[in-house]
Design a protein around this ligand. Structure first.
Ligand code: ARG
Length: 432
């Protein structure tokens, strides 16, 4: 009997404790960007309970126990989403040292720094599309556990590529075959190996599957555009991912590879640099998102030679960089679905917002650019019920700026307020 009393007291106490720890916050938004409808609303109140938005409107009763955050002089929008990051690392300043003197353990030690910078830049969610040795999964889990600050993460784990592909170690002696033990290389050839690799990635934590449909820039294979899997291989990869309920995305610069990946059924084409009219049409037909990293060219051309990157790589960048921007403009004009993705990690983490300027320069309206990094990005991630707009039931992920981003999109390079899951991670606004 005594036992039961003890149990009852424990249950009641836990209940009380739980009730006490419920935090209620109300954010006063001078302007609120309704990303689902592409509208701006004035003087809105956002009622937040713990990590979730409960109500939004101009006429909400403020509960007595609520903490009020006054952003009445600011524009508030949903937390930003970057659909193409490599948050676990960035170049250390020396090409060969990065390849030969570093291991995934180095990345594991420093990844938290980049996660924090990303979050403080207003990116409360990222789709991280390639990381060594499952460092991304460890990072995601530590963030979800509340151990360290960082964005919500969808992880691709190992980049899946064929032998000699963008995902392989190229340009060196055959005795320096790989940076990783075979199992963790992500190298797979033929339908069976590819299916096995997809399963392996998912087994160890992948939320999404990323593969190299074409060659790339920042790797030493000769071409930048050539397909690196057959149609059959791409079909099998996307099919296997689907069996596990996962979306696939394709690194694809090349004209032919883009079409092959779209036909295989990927959710998004990453880079998309050399897409042609037929590819654009196919993407529209299949509803494939374009995730084009159109800021990187500036950074690579100004910094990468200094870091010792071979001319071969710099020349590949010269070949695709400008074309990528022009083709992005064509895709926008044709009505291809666009999601914001930067390849952060090619340039320093935290600079993600710099890409907005280019997206507007090459054809999006400021509102569309913001939607690409909020509602559209959430759609691509399959997280529409969770993030991407400020509506009841979604996570309380908010950013705010005092200047109007619809007048000047570059203000998103320095967001002044960041909340993720109801917790404020940054607030440099005058009226706190
Ligand atoms: N990770 C990509 C690659 O190596 C970066 C491409 C950057 N260049 C560009 N113009 N977007 O292929």
């Amino acid at each position: 009997m005594r036992k039961y009393w003890l149990l009852l007291v424990t249950v009641v106490c836990c209940g009380l404790l739980h009730a006490q720890t419920k935090t209620v916050t109300v954010v006063r938004a001078g302007k609120l960007i309704d990303t689902d409808n592409g509208k701006v609303l004035d003087n809105q109140l956002i009622l937040i309970e713990n990590d979730t938005i409960r109500a939004v409107g101009s006429n909400i009763a403020i509960p007595k126990n609520a903490t009020v955050i006054d952003l009445s002089k600011a524009t508030v929008m949903p937390g930003l989403i970057d659909c193409h990051t490599h948050v676990t690392s960035q170049p250390g300043g020396d090409y060969y040292a990065d390849i030969f003197r570093k291991t995934p353990i180095d990345a594991a030690i420093t990844a938290h720094i980049y996660a924090k910078r990303t979050l403080e830049a207003g990116f409360t969610t990222i789709r991280d599309v390639g990381s060594a040795a499952f460092v991304d999964v460890a990072l995601r889990n530590a963030i979800n556990n509340g151990d360290i600050p960082g964005p919500r993460m969808l992880c691709a784990t190992l980049f899946i590529g064929s032998t000699g592909s963008h995902g392989d170690l190229n340009g060196f002696s055959p005795f320096l075959d790989s940076k990783f033990p075979k199992e963790m290389s992500g190298i797979a050839n033929g339908v069976d190996e590819i299916r096995k690799q997809v399963r392996y990635n998912i087994k160890y934590g992948a939320d999404v599957i990323k593969f190299g449909a074409s060659a790339g820039v920042l790797s030493e294979e000769e071409s930048v555009g050539a397909p690196q899997f057959t149609q059959e291989e791409m079909n099998a990869l996307v099919d296997e991912a689907k069996l596990w309920g996962k979306k696939a995305c394709a690194h694809a610069h090349g004209t032919v590879a883009i079409k092959m990946a779209v036909k295989a059924g990927v959710a998004s084409i990453e880079h998309g640099s050399l897409v042609d009219e037929e590819g654009i049409e196919l993407m529209k037909q299949h509803g494939t998102y374009l995730v084009a990293d159109i800021y990187d060219d500036d950074y690579i051309l100004s910094e990468y030679s200094k870091m010792g990157y071979p001319d071969k790589i710099i020349n590949k960048e010269r070949m695709v960089g400008r074309l990528q921007r022009e083709n992005f403009a064509k895709a926008v004009k044709a009505g291809v679905k666009i999601a914001f993705g930067t390849d952060a990690g090619v340039y320093p983490h935290g600079w993600n917002g710099k890409q907005f300027f280019y997206m507007v320069k090459y054809g999006l309206t400021p509102m569309q650019a913001i939607q690409s990094a909020t509602s559209s990005a959430a759609d691509l991630l399959g997280w529409k019920d969770k993030v991407g707009s400020i509506v009841p039931g979604k996570m309380a992920d908010l950013v705010a700026v005092t200047a109007d981003p619809l007048q000047n999109i570059t203000v998103l390079e320095n967001v002044q307020f960041v909340m993720k899951g109801g917790v404020v991670y940054k607030n440099t606004l005058a009226s706190k």
